[in-house]
Design a protein around this ligand. Structure first.
Ligand SMILES: [Zn+2]
Ligand SMILES: [Zn+2]
Length: 147
């Protein structure tokens, strides 16, 4: 999903302070990476990317969980039992928590779809308040590259 430019260090610090988190160096590194990632990323991917900056896997994991607990990020299991993390509610509103994901059957690539791509409707015989019960909407098929 397209982002409106890279966040400044001040943007990142503000985001953490707004969530009552201290702006520690590894936390800022993890948050910056989530801002720049176009799709949800796994802990392993993130740890690989941040290793050159000197952050070990445990530190990355702890900070991912801090961001998730604080509501800045969320984690999603897209059916392969791998937690992937992504940023919630970008300041420009481009990335909200209600959007569905598309997973390619062929290459496994995950992409974020705009909110509203899939609409949940309560039907007469369906479960009550379905919309509030759904935590994840996932579509499967073939991505453009694999078609
Ligand atoms: Zn594919
Ligand atoms: Zn997403």
């Amino acid at each position: 999903m397209a982002r409106a430019g890279k966040p400044s260090l001040d943007d990142l610090k503000t985001r953490l302070r707004d969530a009552d988190l201290r702006a520690t160096a590894p936390r800022l590194a993890v948050l910056r990476f989530l801002y720049e990632a176009p799709t949800p990323v796994s802990h392993a991917e993130l740890a690989d990317k941040l290793a050159p900056e000197g952050w070990d896997r445990a530190t990355v994991y702890r900070n991912l969980n801090d961001l998730t607990d604080a509501g800045i990020a969320r984690k999603t299991d897209l059916g392969d039992h791998v937690w992937r993390f992504e940023l919630l509610k970008d300041t420009d509103g481009s990335h909200t928590d209600a959007h569905p994901h598309f997973v390619c059957d062929e290459c496994g690539e995950v992409s974020c779809l705009p909110e509203g791509t899939v609409e949940i409707k309560s039907t007469r015989n369906g479960p009550l308040r379905l919309k509030e019960r759904v935590s994840e909407i996932q579509l499967k098929g073939r991505c453009e590259r694999c078609n």
